[in-house]
Write a protein that binds this ligand. Structure first.
Ligand code: IFM
Length: 445
C-alpha cells in the first residue's frame, strides 16, 4: 500500500475556542455556560477556568508559527458565540468578530486554510438561563449567529462546520452531567439532542446563502461498540450503544431518521419532534467530520455465564485517559458510514492521544506513544483511501495542550507542549514527526 496521501490532502490540527482562547472578558465577550460551570467548585478536576487556557486570543501568532513549523496547510478551530453575540441573541459585538478576522487573515497569509466550527460547546449563558438547547428559541438564535458570522468571514472562510459532537452537547452535558451545564435528565438531554440537530439543519442553507461556494458539514463523534461475550445481554448492550451513540446523530442528518430500537427503548423520554423537523435536519451536507478516539466494549457479568469471549480490552494499550487504542475502529466506523449513508466526503476532524507528558532533562518532550498512535490511525486512513473512500484531511487533536474540559489542564493532547505557568509552547517529538509527515504528504518515519 502506498504511503503517499492524495494531492491537496488537508494536514492540520484541531482546537476549540474555550479550550485555548482565554481572555474570557476581553472586548465585550459575554459569559458562556463553560465560564459558569468551570467557576463552580468541584466541576473541573484541576480547578481551572477558561482563563488563561492557552491565551490564544492574544497569542494566535505563536500558534500559527507552530503550525508553520509543522508544514500544516489547514487549521480547524471554533468561534466563540459569546464573543460574537454576547448574550446569544441580542447585539452583535464587532470587536469579537474582529478577532476572528485577524485570525483568519493571519492563517491565510501563512498558507493555512481555515476550517471553522460555529459551535464547540460555549453556549452564551443567557440562553442557558432561558432553557438552553432544550428551548427551541436557541435554534433561532444559533441560525442568526451563523448568519452574522458567515456574513463577516465567508469571503475568506469556505469550510464551515455547524456543530461539534452533539452527543457531548446533549448526553454528556445534560444526562451524565460531566460537561456544562451539568444536568442529569434524560428527557432534557434527548430534547437538546434533537433541537441541536434542527439548529444544524436550519443553519446549513443560511451558510450556503451567505457563502455560495462554501463546503458545509457537521462533526460527529463515533465509537464502535463490541460485546465482550456472545451472550444476548452483551450483544444487546453493544447494539444499543451503537444506536444511541452513533446512529442517533448520523441517522437524522443523513435522512434516515432516529434508530427505531433506541427510540422504543427511550420510551416516554423521546424528544418532541415538530412537523418538518426531520426534513430540516436532513439538509444535504458536503462532508462529514469524524472524530474518533476509541471503541467501547460492553459486558453484563450477571448474564454471561458460560458465554464465549468475543472481544477483550487490551489493558496494556490505553491512553492516559484510559481510552483503549484501537485504530481498527476508525476503519470499522468509516466503512460502515460509507456503506450505510450517502456521504460525499469525510474529514478526520479529530483524532489524538492524551499522555502524561513531562519535559525531559534535555528540555524536550519525548512522546513515542503519541507518534505510534497517530501513525497507526494514519495507516488506517491510507487503507481507506486505497479503497476509494474520499477522505479530504486529517486534523490531529490537538495543536497544543489546552483546557481539557472537566479534566482542566491535567489531560495533555497537544502536538505542542504548553507550560501553563509561562505560556511557553514548543513542539513535542510528535509535533516534529507530524510536521515531517505533513511536509512529505506521506507517512514517513
Ligand atoms: O478536547 C476534546 C474536544 O473538545 C472534543 N473532542 C474530544 C477532545 C478530547 O477529549
Amino acid at each position: 500500500m502506498s504511503t503517499q496521501f492524495p494531492q491537496g490532502f488537508y494536514w492540520g490540527t484541531a482546537t476549540a475556542s474555550f479550550q485555548i482562547e482565554g481572555a474570557t472578558k476581553a472586548d465585550g465577550r459575554g459569559e458562556s455556560i463553560w465560564d459558569r460551570f468551570a467557576a463552580t467548585p468541584g466541576k473541573i478536576r484541576t480547578g481551572e477556568t477558561g482563563d488563561p487556557a492557552c491565551e490564544s486570543y492574544h497569542r494566535y501568532a505563536e500558534d500559527i508559527a507552530l503550525m508553520q513549523a509543522m508544514n500544516l496547510n489547514a487549521y480547524r478551530f471554533s468561534i466563540a458565540w459569546p464573543r460574537v453575540i454576547p448574550d446569544g441573541s441580542g447585539t452583535v459585538n464587532d470587536k469579537g468578530l474582529d478577532y476572528y478576522d485577524r485570525l483568519v487573515d493571519a492563517l491565510l497569509a501563512a498558507g493555512i486554510t481555515p476550517l471553522v466550527t460555529l459551535y464547540h460547546w460555549d453556549l452564551p449563558q443567557r440562553l442557558q438561563d432561558e432553557g438552553g438547547w432544550a428551548n427551541r428559541a436557541s435554534i433561532e438564535a444559533f441560525v442568526r449567529y451563523a448568519d452574522v458570522t458567515v456574513a463577516r468571514l465567508g469571503d475568506r472562510v469556505k469550510n464551515w462546520t455547524t456543530l461539534n459532537e452533539p452527543w457531548c452537547v446533549s448526553i454528556l452535558s445534560n444526562l451524565i452531567g460531566e460537561h456544562a451545564p451539568g444536568l442529569s435528565d434524560l428527557k432534557t438531554a434527548l430534547q437538546v439532542a434533537h433541537n441541536i440537530l434542527v439548529a444544524h439543519g436550519a443553519a446549513v442553507p443560511v451558510i450556503r446563502k451567505r457563502c455560495p461556494d462554501a463546503q458545509v458539514g457537521i462533526v460527529l463523534n463515533f465509537e464502535p461498540a463490541f460485546p465482550v461475550t456472545d451472550s444476548e445481554a452483551d450483544r444487546r448492550l453493544a447494539r444499543m450503544h451503537h444506536a444511541t451513540f452513533n446512529e442517533w446523530f448520523i441517522g437524522p442528518v443523513m435522512g434516515h431518521g432516529y434508530p427505531q430500537n433506541a427510540w422504543l427503548d427511550y420510551g416516554e423520554n423521546v424528544p418532541e419532534v415538530l412537523p418538518g423537523d426531520m426534513e430540516i435536519i436532513a439538509a444535504p451536507v458536503d462532508y462529514l467530520g469524524v472524530n474518533y478516539y476509541t471503541r467501547h466494549l460492553w459486558h453484563d457479568p450477571s448474564s454471561s455465564d458460560g458465554a464465549r469471549v468475543l472481544h477483550q480490552r487490551d489493558e496494556g494499550n490505553v491512553s492516559a485517559r484510559g481510552w483503549e487504542i484501537y485504530p481498527q475502529g476508525l476503519y470499522d466506523i468509516i466503512t460502515w458510514l460509507h456503506k450505510t449513508y450517502d456521504i460525499p466526503r469525510f474529514l478526520i476532524s479529530e483524532n489524538g492521544m492524551a499522555r502524561d507528558d513531562q519535559v525531559a532533562e534535555d528540555g524536550a518532550v519525548h512522546d513515542p506513544e503519541r507518534i505510534s498512535y497517530i501513525r497507526q490511525h494514519l495507516e488506517v486512513v491510507l487503507r481507506l483511501i486505497s479503497e476509494h473512500i474520499p477522505i479530504t484531511g486529517y486534523m490531529c487533536w490537538s495543536l497544543m495542550d489546552n483546557f481539557e474540559w472537566a479534566f482542566g489542564t491535567s489531560s495533555r493532547f497537544g502536538l505542542a507542549y504548553v507550560n501553563f505557568e509561562t505560556q511557553e509552547r514548543f513542539l513535542k517529538d510528535s509535533g516534529r514527526w507530524y510536521g515531517r509527515v505533513a511536509g512529505a504528504n506521506a507517512l514517513v518515519d
